[in-house]
Design a protein around this ligand. Structure first.
Ligand code: AMP
Length: 469
């Protein structure tokens, strides 16, 4: 299928061609005709699937369609409203709209908190066709009576699951009450929790459903890898991996802002140019850091979950979970930063014993066990025992038949890499990871090392080293 098959205007096709898009992604191919037909839409689509163009292109098409009569006089009102959870995502969506509408006479505006409201009020006094806003700042304008939403024909809730996670439900409902009743509603969400379904029922009118990827699935080109580590050695292991495997543009997730700052400081003091990005930083500092990360002045960016939303770097290869997220949905969101637009991505998790419970939840969510690589000197001695026991206590992961731990452990193979770059693999009879004497494989330790891809086997440990280790 081509963009021309989707009956989009020549100006839009020219713009996407200039962006280098040759064909629509799955979500675009499915969602665009539905939106052009005027239906409400509930789309299950992860970040990186091309969902933004999936709703922006048909909106642009409709807004620029000269056969649809607009107001005969006066300045047109805001006709499309896109609500997003974070400032970064707002900026990113606005940039996309600007690129896709480059050959059209349509205007857009990004309305976010953390920047002065006065310039936004001034901007609202001239024409805005598409408004991209975070809910809080939009409501600030509503309370100051500086915005008129009575002309909105299309409402988009982007990353709706994240909006609910961030507690925006009440604000979203308030905003909806201010919009014309007759409008088109489009809702995009990476996951479909019961709360999302409830919101969709209340907000969408007889919607068409599009699921571009399997429900709650992660992007298909992502290789997941766990590095067991003692909690106190995490930052040293991370530095070791980045330096020895020569990882670039590494996006690292920290659970707390303070933790993000400390880690970025440690990395930059130890040869890895890094900065932290989180909501305590001023918006212009966040923009600068993001720009430096994009242009690879920074090798690593340490982010909290909220700040990371909207980071769109087309060839971001490495996402590191320095701390595992408390809810498995966040894992899906985090790793949505990599493996985008058909590119390969690597989702790396540094897992301390205390986090195994969280790891098991994540494995349930993504429906696979994640391969492990043990780097000698960093992993806890008894990690494998601990993991086997945790699994056997886990009703969903435990084998159906009664077993002893030795048997379960006997199936497991773990890749070990010594901290001078040598790898060994072992079938582990005792259930511990003491695998040193078996089948040595040399790993390159080459600068371009990436975690090797693995298939989803029942126990998904790495069987052999790929050439890059
Ligand atoms: P999104 O899921 O909207 O965040 O988009 C993820 C990335 O895919 C962005 O960098 C887009 O520029 C890119 N993209 C969107 N649509 C296409 C397409 N049809 N072909 C190639 N890349 C695309």
């Amino acid at each position: 299928m081509t963009f021309t098959d989707l009956c989009l205007s020549d100006e839009i096709i020219r713009a996407v061609t200039e962006k280098g898009y040759t064909e629509p992604t799955k979500i675009q191919a499915e969602a665009i005709p539905i939106i052009l037909d005027g239906h409400d839409l509930l789309a299950g689509s992860q970040t990186g699937s091309g969902k933004t163009a999936g709703f922006v292109l048909p909106i642009l098409h409709k807004l620029s369609d000269k056969s649809i009569k607009g107001p005969s006089s006066g300045r047109p009102k805001i006709r499309a409203l896109v609500l997003v959870p974070t400032r970064e995502l707002a900026i990113q969506v606005t940039e996309n709209i600007a690129a896709y509408s480059t050959h059209l006479k349509l205007t857009n505006m990004s309305m976010i908190g953390g920047v002065g409201i006065k310039s936004q009020i001034k901007r609202l006094q001239s024409r805005v066709d598409i408004l991209v806003a975070t809910p809080g700042r939009l409501l600030d304008h509503v309370s100051q009576k500086t915005i008129d939403l009575s002309g909105v024909q299309t409402l988009v809730l982007d990353e709706a699951d994240r909006m609910l996670d961030m507690g925006f439900l009440h604000n979203i409902k308030k905003i909806m009450d201010l919009l014309p009743v007759k409008r088109q509603n489009l809702m995009f969400s990476a996951t479909f929790s019961p709360e999302i379904k409830r919101l969709a029922e209340g907000f969408l009118n007889n919607p068409k459903l599009v699921e571009a990827t399997a429900n709650n699935a992660t992007a298909p080109l992502i290789t997941h890898r766990v590095y067991p580590v003692e909690a106190t050695k995490k930052r040293d292991l991370l530095r070791f991996l980045i330096v020895n495997k020569n990882w670039h543009q590494v996006l690292i997730f920290s659970r707390t802002k303070h933790g993000a700052d400390k880690l970025a400081y440690f990395l930059s003091k130890n040869g890895v140019p890094a900065e932290a990005i989180h909501s305590n930083k001023m918006q212009n500092a966040r923009n600068r850091i993001l720009e430096e990360f994009k242009t690879q002045k920074l090798q690593a960016l340490v982010a909290t979950d909220i700040a990371s939303r909207g980071i769109d770097i087309s060839d971001l290869s490495y996402v590191v979970n320095y701390d595992l997220p408390n809810v498995p949905e966040d894992y899906v969101h985090r790793i949505g930063r990599t493996g985008r637009a058909g590119k390969e991505g690597f989702a790396v998790s540094l897992v301390a014993k205390e986090e195994i419970r969280l790891l098991l939840d994540i494995e349930h969510k993504i429906g696979q066990q994640i391969s492990e690589e043990i780097i000698d000197g960093f992993a806890p001695e008894n990690y494998a025992d601990f993991r086997v026991i945790s699994r056997s206590k886990d009703s969903k992961l435990a084998p159906k038949k009664k077993h002893n731990f030795g048997k379960v452990a006997a199936q497991s193979e773990v890749k070990r890499t010594s901290n001078n770059g040598q790898s060994t693999f072992a079938k582990n009879k005792s259930g511990t990871s003491s695998a040193s004497s078996k089948k040595p494989h040399s790993v390159s330790g080459s600068p371009s090392s990436k975690p090797s891809s693995s298939t989803n086997k029942p126990r998904n440990y790495i069987k052999k080293s790929n050439k890059n280790g």
